[in-house]
Design a protein around this ligand. Sequence first.
Ligand SMILES: [Zn+2]
Length: 1051
Amino acid sequence: MPSVHDEAPRFRTVQKLQLEYAPVTITQYESARTGMRVAVVDQPGPKINGYFAVATEIHDDSGAPHTLEHLVFMGSKQYHYKGLLDKLATRMYSTTNAWTSVDNTTYTLDTAGWAAFAQMLPVYLDHLIVPTLTDAGCYTEVHHIDGEGNDAGVVYSEMQATQNTSQELMDLELRRLMYPEGNGYRYETGGMMEALRVLTADRIRSYHKEMYQPKNMRIILTGEVDHNELLAILDRFESSIMEDVPSVEEPFQRPWITSSNTPRVKQTSVKAVYFPEEDESMGDIMIGYVGPRYDDHEKSNAMAVLTQYLCGSSISVLENTLVEQEQLCSMVYCQSEERLDSALIFYLSAVETDRLADVEKRFVALLKDVANQPLNMGYLHDCLKRLRRQVVARSENAGDFFSTLVLEDHLYGDRAGRDLKHLESLKEFDDLALLSEDAWRELLRGWLANAEHISILGVPSKELSEKTTANEKARVEAQRAKLGEQGMLQLAEQLKQAQAENNRPIPESLLEQFKVPDAETIHFISTTTARAGAARKMGKLENNIQTTIDKDDNASSLFIHFEHIPSNFVRINLNMCTAMVPIELKPLLTLYLANFFTTPVMRDGARIEFEDVVLELERETVSYSINTVRGNVEMLSVSFEAESDRYESIISWLRTMLFDAIDDPVRLSASLTKILADIPEEKRDADSMAMAVLNMEHFERTSSGRAQNTLSKALYLRRIRNWLKADEQMVLDKFKQLRQALHKPENFRVYVAANIEKLSRPVSAWNALTDGLDMNQPLRPLDDRKACLSDIGKNPGSLAYFVPLAATDSSFAVLAIKGPEGLTHPDVPALRVAAAYMDAVEGPLWNGVRGPGLAYGTFWRLALDTGVVTFTIYRSPDTYKAWTKCKEQVEGYASGELRLEKLALEGAISEIVLGMANEQPTMASAADASYLSQVIRGVPKDWNHQMLAKVRAVTPEQVKEAMKRYMVPAFNPATCNMFVTCAQVMCNDLVARFEKEGFRPQSRTLESFQDDYGLEPPDGNGEEADDAEDIEDGEDDEDDEPMDTPDSDEE
Ligand SMILES: [Zn+2]
């Protein structure tokens, strides 16, 4: 790299903001030469996050913005090679990504350590500002017709997969109705398929010229950034592009800001939007309002408080009425889209299709009711305070939080920095606290209750599903006929030429110019561990935090693990073992989780309703939740985050929720309704359903993870709900039994991350939880997931299931094989390198599969706790072809026929380093990682660092050996289990082709994998109700169209 000191960088400091509520500095710079803008958010930690944001406005559906998002990665003025950026990123502890939304295209560079980031930065910028944008690149990446007459191209295929989803169709229609002709928010920036088919390379190039000017770009960096070096690099980069970009004086229409404002919606309209879907039982609703202007910060914040008040939690009025009481939908939430004038969009999910129109009317009427009655000012102020608290808490993880705010400022803020400056204080929240009830009501009426709006009813349509498929088939047929054999041959040749031009190999010498910084230069955050109670058995610690803990020791055996971090907040997790839960009750865990925080409790002899429980919890915390434990899904975790002075209060809440909750049939029923309403949607997710089927087959009923699977809860919980109607006591007894099995101190491991020195009684405060409990039982071992494996899971090699799904037009495959067991297994380092090597962006599988469009991606996963390796082929138009290609690559590298490249191996190791940094980017996550290693995984605190040393010592021979042992078997029918979900039309063909490879494939319906855990339906004859849809009341007339018969003739 040339010297940094040619000339002082021509960037001026616009402003330096010192936030009043968090130890965060934001510095804003601007280039005098080009007008390029930069913002740096300082934050300690191993990660540097870079965002390169371009404001993109367009008035058509051509998809030009989205195509650029892909094309800039195809090469630049200085670096003519497709894939160089990604190859370099892999080498430099980095990943790149990008997104296109309606108003911006943003590129990201995510790196461990500044040294690597600094080398990547100018290369990335070269790609953004002066990309090659060749005809060949546009041809393969955007759209072309392949040798078989099918439309293809990376962007095209992506839109093909998403354009007809309910979410996309509804969102687009909403914008079409909210925004007038000629307004940029109306358009599909991703590109409509029909428009992409005719989009030209010239149009894309001219759009780039117009939008990708330095003055329309904002670079946002968060992390430990060297400001001087940054400005020097940017200055040098600018010198290299001055010839290529318009002069800074040239007139420039700043996108959005120079466009006209959004008029308020003139007249309310309600429109049905049909989306293709076999299961016609459930739809969704979107209701959109035009909100305050971007720069009206006070009103914007007020609307954030109001929408929180309306539907921020289960006790807020819309959610409480529509979800909890009337059970019309599974969720109501509001999302505010920051635009020139914000859009306030309400979503009502999982609404019964024939009630969509009524539910929309009910929503609107309810909103008016609320505005006409006295507001609950106490709760409104609670919402205000809670929002403020959340802002402060999120500021501690500054990177992620401020990058969004700065990005919005880039799009809509004042160029002089006035809007950004308002981030400095939270004064607006204080001002809002002074508003009168009338003022709030006026806001509510003016912007929402009395405002005209656009409602979209999303209606599932089986007919449309069939029609879409048929039309597309006919269109392609016609296209083929028109092209003829000759035409298609010609196109095949044209594609080959374009691919050859794109895929010129990158000279190794070019990549070697970039020296990989030593991993030691990455500043990992270290935390201090201390232990109390049964946790002391893990080893004696000597540090000042342990001394603090020892001083407060109360001789209790409760297991407590402390991590000391500098924070104003305390994070408390209570982890629970589930092994003692009787098998036949395990599927109730889903209900237990859903109900845990929304149940009435007893306090001081009085019953407190769930609304008041939630009200108080919200008042006291930043957040609270219950979930499975990260790193061990057999276990459960109750988590709280709150200000440090709430420590003891949170502990008493834990006591209340665990031991004084009342099992209320009404509440249980409400939770069940919500769970069951979401199941059809879960079943539509073909990717997660492939994994769900694997879990059903690989695990025994003893596994709590399996019991919470969609395919377990679908049948079991529907029956539980029927039982709740038929014999309430029977369900209450079961639920009580479940709670008693869980709520025992010997199941508990407590984890506290906080500034321990701020806690007055860090250990003895826990007496409030354990008072009167039997503390003499020995701590139970962690739940053992391995012990829950079925014989099939222990010895893969007998199954190949193909599950046709109506909801996908693609296919997803998971292959499972035996892997190394335990984190300390000697093969683990080499296998991790092998997996990173094969999975790398621009690596063997990427180029083999993603490049030619055989799949969106592939990845290897090592489940070291169970000793299983899985390989996933994600979203493929032809799983068989993708599988064949992967097999060829893996076998080639394992046998030595294909050579492992030195640079790519270095890249694989660098990926693993980045993975480590990603696990612990902030104080709180570093604390979590320490707990996870020591307590959940049972390895030393510095295990990650030890692993890193081992990974770096791996030899190419060891990598090949690991591939032979743990990857090649994934392509052998005798050693792998295969689980595929796919479009119905693909199923028979895939089965036939895999059969020829020696598999014994079976086509089975998704429903056939469901498990009822031996729970009979109440009337002893549940078959008709059970096999019907997953929604309320199996007695409706849907019964005559079971989903499972059409094309699966072979059972
Ligand atoms: Zn894309």
